[in-house]
Design a protein around this ligand. Structure first.
Ligand SMILES: Nc1ncnc2c1ncn2[C@@H]1O[C@H](COP(=O)(O)OP(=O)(O)O)[C@@H](O)[C@H]1O
Ligand SMILES: [Mg+2]
Length: 377
């Protein structure tokens, strides 16, 4: 069992800066948990506290039911992979992978077996005699992962391991790491993984669950799809998804027992009845209105007349090949819409066109607390 449990964990650095504010988190045995958030939100600090590389100011950390606050990193059953690989330059790949085991006095035969097995899993058997400088960044990172695997840790900790790789290699390495997690689990290893990234696409594609952090606080912990569909607050709504959710200031209005979201230029969009109850206390108030680009269509995606259509002015169209992103404005406010190419209206800069808002998919956030007040439980 290698659950990782954080109870009211805090971190204040010696200079008085409070990086982590009382976070509570339960990472399940064998789970792939991703920490995601903007630079400086304390992803590394939190990971390093779990690893034992950073003291905890307050709270408790448990790994596999054992309180580890005062345990040395080497006694926590963890292995860590860093962004900069941290390989020993004078050692071969084989020696780099074997080093930790040698220090732990594992018998030579066992070391040899584990190094060769790990090398095979990562397809680096051909590289075992090379030195780090004779390899590409991607190969070095595979060696760094291999060095973690041979230790057979209960918990793998990854701190932005793919950030130094080019875009294409990042995609193939992220698939490899996800597969590795499944493979280790299939072989009966615990393989709880905690993976830090600032890249929401990595988070979405790799995580069983994602913990979204901002300013040292947990914004939401959930599966990728739940974060995408049911963001608890404006931060998560804007951070998860690419291109980002449209988030604009608006006013909520009640007219003849119906609710409307009023945008710039007094453009009104009707809110679906299911959401009335949840948001009624916001009538007459400023709110944040959120809608994803794929939930704004054009007159081909929705040819009928509808009160959910409004007129906007096209600023720029980004062609993706299979779809296009149309950036348009209503009054002074900018929006993005995302439409499949087969529904393209061939819009261009300056065109005035209809845009259809799928209001069933919209979100309303409290203007002050930024909490999502339109989620229907
Ligand atoms: N040794 C330190 N002393 C003081 N502040 C630090 C120290 N290390 C990190 N910080 C601050 O703590 C915050 C979180 O840092 P970090 O965990 O590295 O963020 P992330 O990994 O999410 O980019 C940042 O504001 C950073 O400047
Ligand atoms: Mg970091």
């Amino acid at each position: 069992m290698a659950e990782v449990i954080l109870k009211k964990v805090e971190k204040e650095y010696p200079n008085g800066f409070k990086a982590v504010h009382k976070i509570d988190l339960n990472i399940k045995d064998g789970e792939f948990m991703v920490f995601v958030g903007p630079s400086g939100c304390a992803k590394s600090t939190t990971l390093r506290m779990i690893a034992g590389l950073e003291d905890i100011t307050d709270g408790e950390i448990y790994i596999g039911n054992k309180l580890v606050n005062n345990l040395e990193p080497k006694d926590r059953g963890i292995a860590m992979v860093f962004q900069n690989y941290a390989l020993y330059p004078h050692m071969t790949v084989y020696e780099n992978m074997a080093f930790g085991l040698k220090m732990a006095k594992v018998p030579k035969i066992e070391i040899d077996k584990r190094v060769k097995e790990a090398a095979e899993k990562l397809e680096i058997t051909d590289l075992l005699d090379r030195k780090p400088k004779e390899m590409s960044g991607g190969q070095r990172q595979r060696v760094a992962v291999g060095r973690a695997i041979v230790r057979k840790p209960d918990v793998f900790l990854f701190d932005e391991p793919l950030s130094n790789l080019d875009a294409k290699l990042r995609v193939s390495m992220r698939v490899r790491i996800t597969q590795l997690h499944k493979q280790l689990k299939a072989e009966g290893q615990t393989a709880t993984m905690i993976y830090v990234t600032h890249d929401q696409v990595e988070a979405m594609t790799m995580g069983d669950r994602i913990c979204v952090l901002n300013y040292g606080k947990i914004m939401q912990v959930d599966t990728p799809l739940n974060l995408y569909n049911f963001p608890k607050n404006k931060f998560v709504a804007g951070f998860i998804g690419s291109p980002s959710m449209n988030l604009v200031e608006a006013i909520l209005l009640e007219e003849n027992n119906a609710f409307f979201v009023v945008l710039d230029n007094d453009m009104k969009l009707p809110l679906p009845t299911e959401k009335f109850e949840r948001v009624k206390s916001y009538v007459g108030k400023k709110i944040w209105f959120g809608i994803r680009p794929e939930n704004i269509g054009n007159k081909l995606t929705n040819p009928e007349e509808s009160p959910k259509k409004i007129i906007g002015k096209v600023n720029i169209v980004e062609q993706m090949g299979n779809e296009e992103f149309i950036h348009f404005s209503i009054g002074k406010t900018q929006y993005s819409s995302r439409v499949a190419v087969e529904n393209s209206c061939n819009l261009q800069f300056g065109n005035i066109s209809e845009f259809y808002f799928d209001m069933d998919k919209c979100h309303i956030f409290d203007f002050e607390t930024e909490e999502n007040v339109s989620l229907i439980n």
